[in-house]
Design a protein. Sequence first.
Length: 211
Amino acid sequence: MNRETFHVLNHPLITHKLTIMREKETGSKDFRQLLSEIAMLMGYEITRELPLEEVDIETPVATMKAGRIEGKKLAVIPILRAGLGMVDGLLSLVPVAKVGHIGLYRDPETHDPVEYYCKLPADIEERFVIVCDPMLATGGSASGAITMLKKRGCKQIKLLCLVSAPEGVERLQADHPDVEIFTAALDERLDDHAYIIPGLGDAGDRLFGTK
């Protein structure tokens, strides 16, 4: 595992909120709210390297030179469907970011990701892209989504996830060594059904109240 491109954001507020999300008694309403809040908190770190430019402004009492984000366009790309729960938290930080959507399903025989939906901003290749998916389990969906984005010209991509399994991290780093991974927790392993242990169950089902 390459620790230079893998980051566990273990801020106490993130850890506390994730603990509540993991509990099986937590309902969909609270699960949605907590996921959005954690995405916002993690967003501070994932956008830390956005470049600033110095501009002249006038306050009510004086003129000054101040920092402003230097024209870097952002795109938030959730992987359907659970990734949708992370979008609002990131948009609360960067309201002008564009939002695209990628839909993938796993082929039952090959277990490879198959694209069924992709809608991206027209200038996606010019944007700093944050791919969102709460669970990095096998890594297949995240790797497939990033491959799709690279084929469309994206060069600056980061992955934001909530809970990761070692297997998924290794897969993603092997397929895309240039992509940084930001997660709230690195769990133990995958079980025989590719669920993260201890994990938090199926994020999509818990988010939307389905089974």
